[in-house]
Ligand binder design. Sequence first.
Ligand SMILES: [Zn+2]
Length: 215
Amino acid sequence: MKITLTFDNGPDPEVTPEVLSVLKARGLLATFFVLGDKLRDPARRAACERAHGEGHWIGNHTFNHLVPLGLSSQPDISTREIARTEALIGDLAHPDKLFRPFGGGGNLGDSLLDGPAFEFLQRERYTLVLWNAVPGDWAYPDTWVDRALDACRENDWTALVLHDLPTGAMAHLDAFIARAADEGATFVQDLPPDVVPMRRGEIVGPVRQYVNAAA
Ligand SMILES: [Zn+2]
């Protein structure tokens, strides 16, 4: 059982530092997929800088996370949601330009990207990072740990989506790590190849099902 921890939708000025402290105490490294809009706040940016400084990877998770890119009707969505966020991440960005779209509730489907966004990611040599476990920590802040362990048992290598948001869920992060470790889990920072269908603009796995051809 191998687990890659990812934290989406931050940074948060209170919760991200809590998560970082847990990871540091456990000696684990993760990836934080941040929102560009939040990075404009100095306290949130400071949390992101701390994460980067402590060896975590920083990825792009759109600017404002309002409408899945595959459902958007805005013609310049790539610029507004992806490029603008990458510019705000600046030198904190992972050199592979990690980008994680969102589908609403963790759904993997053709709402993730529209055609122009997909072409933009290829042209600008982004790495598309998906997931294979979404235990819904935001909806089950006190019971997500069991759900996450169930999900991890189903995969050889899990890319687990959690959220460094003020839901109370991250109070159980250390307990999750302890219980997973008791079951023999190994935590790694690398991303499972199965959830990375595009690496530096090259298509390396099935990806068309995530692109809304009609958009
Ligand atoms: Zn998200």
